[in-house]
Design a protein around this ligand. Sequence first.
Ligand SMILES: Cc1cc2nc3c(=O)[nH]c(=O)nc-3n(C[C@H](O)[C@H](O)[C@H](O)COP(=O)(O)OP(=O)(O)OC[C@H]3O[C@@H](n4cnc5c(N)ncnc54)[C@H](O)[C@@H]3O)c2cc1C
Length: 384
Amino acid sequence: MERIADVVIIGGGVIGLSIAYHLGQRKAGKIVLLEKGQLGEGSTSRCVGGIRTQFSTEINILFSLESLKTFDRFEEEFGVDPEFRRIGYLFLATTTSEVEIFKENIELQKRFHIPVQYLDSDEIGKQWPYLKADDILGGTFCSQDGYAGPSEVLSGFARGAKRVGVKIYEGAEAREILVAQGRVMAVRTSDGEISSPVVVNAGGPYASSVGEMADMKIPVKPLRRQVFVTAPFHLTERDIPLTIDFHRGWYFRREVDGFLLSGPLDKEAGLNTSIDYEAMVEASENATYRVPAFENARIARGWAGLYEISPDNHAILGKVPGLEGFILANGFSGHGFQHSPAVGKVISEVIVDGKATTIDISSLSIQRFEKGELIREPVTAFKE
Ligand SMILES: Cc1cc2nc3c(=O)[nH]c(=O)nc-3n(C[C@H](O)[C@H](O)[C@H](O)COP(=O)(O)OP(=O)(O)OC[C@H]3O[C@@H](n4cnc5c(N)ncnc54)[C@H](O)[C@@H]3O)c2cc1C
């Protein structure tokens, strides 16, 4: 392993690899990426790949629009088909306050020319007749949303990063970050020490442990989400959007010949990634409530993964006051996959140019928590 680097990235998920690729492209010197296990083994491999522009804050919309540019030309740039399927996202509202919020969101989204439509209950019932629609008051649909393959995107970034000269080490755990006179100096790993003036925390759900290595408190908590997949099941010949029953916090989409059904999100933080029977029952109940035909579907498998939740469900990005050279790319709160292209780009700008220029990320600084300037959303953000 290298003993000297210009940048060390801790974490080999989609975020760390996107940053590595963008830094390599910018010729930012010797870039080393450390992954304690295998690339993608954290949240990235558990992700369901959702990509959308239907967000309720400007900053998330900006990250989506910038990232879409990359997803659209991914194969050209990385030589890997990301399997991006633009099936659309359909958000369903079942309360009057949700209808109001959705309408406010549309106003914001239209300011960014996002082709989102508001649909009333009759239109939803007509377009997607397999949905139980009698309690649906309305919904929003955007055809440019969809999903891509997390492992395809991860391997595209990994391939791109290697091509531009990044050194990637798997089975290499960062154990200590050495600091002197208010700046990072080196990373002590399971395989020796690497001195570097810049260290990036891309630890996903482990962001706070990586922060502790530099004596920094990063307010990111791991939170389990369970997901289930049915055996092959025929619902309709029509296109099926990724459909979100907002009130129930439940969503589904096609997955090969069956369907992917979201399970519950834990209430307490923790690192447990097993699945449980109660969660499967909850997922089935939500599924048969909204799509009665699912009564005849059988759950074949499931998995669980960890979101990396920040106090306001928005990313924590950029420099850290008082600790020069320590860069954060954390707290994506369930949206890190879809925002990874733009995150890689802006973090490379922070490191190379001293400041992000593609998107103003000042509102995502870690200082916002200290200053009480948390980002506010009309309701708690939806998480895929
Ligand atoms: C069930 C589920 C569904 C999701 N669906 C979506 C979705 O539809 N759309 C979306 O945008 N997002 C989704 N997400 C969120 C998305 O998966 C994450 O935001 C994203 O993968 C975060 O990437 P990351 O690289 O920051 O983290 P990870 O992929 O977790 O990568 C961090 C890596 O750091 C490594 N690491 C940690 N500590 C150390 C150390 N000390 N030394 C070396 N390596 C270390 C870990 O092993 C890990 O591989 C979902 C998440 C879950 C759990």
